[in-house]
Design a protein around this ligand. Sequence first.
Ligand code: GLN
Length: 202
Amino acid sequence: GPRVGVLALQGDVREHLAVLTTLGADAQPVRRPEELAAVEGLVLPGGESSVIDKLARAFGLFDPIRQAITDGMPMYGTCAGLILLADRIDGAIAGQRTFGGIDARVTRNAFGSQTQSFETDLEVPALGSPPVHAVFIRAPAVVEWGPDAEPLASLPDGRVVAIEQGALLGTAFHPESTGETRFHERFLHRVRNRRGAGRVAP
Ligand code: GLN
């Protein structure tokens, strides 16, 4: 299977490695630039986006990940990972940055202190049926997006909780913890397609 990485600085790394392995990928934790250079796609896990941001800079991964995004490497971010893929964030901790790549504005901890955690069944037309059983944990929501970003799912209040742009995919919820594999399959499909297409010389 394709060799893919899970950014392994903080967060629910194991769960993603398990899903990707189940789907036949050669999934490896990524903590160093050399490890990033050895994979064809990257998953950004749930966790705490400001901590992952800080650690990415400390481990010398921040600029290489940005470059990989620019180069078109497929990535899939869940929850904190979605925040890290968004160009703009509300509720950032002082100095917090994102890798960016999805032309969208994401609100951190969008569901307030009363309902930091909830579950719902979500229609995701791009994935067909059945609906996705989505678990939100101190989750973000996409509140604004540009013409190149495509919402894949929204809540009844209109806030977007799954979105993609080019090779980048993000969900505000955690499929890796519910046995839902279709988002990871979509990500792996991108990785395989890109491999088949080969690299285009500049
Ligand atoms: N609230 C976290 C953040 O802002 C995300 C929570 C999660 O990944 N489960 O980074």
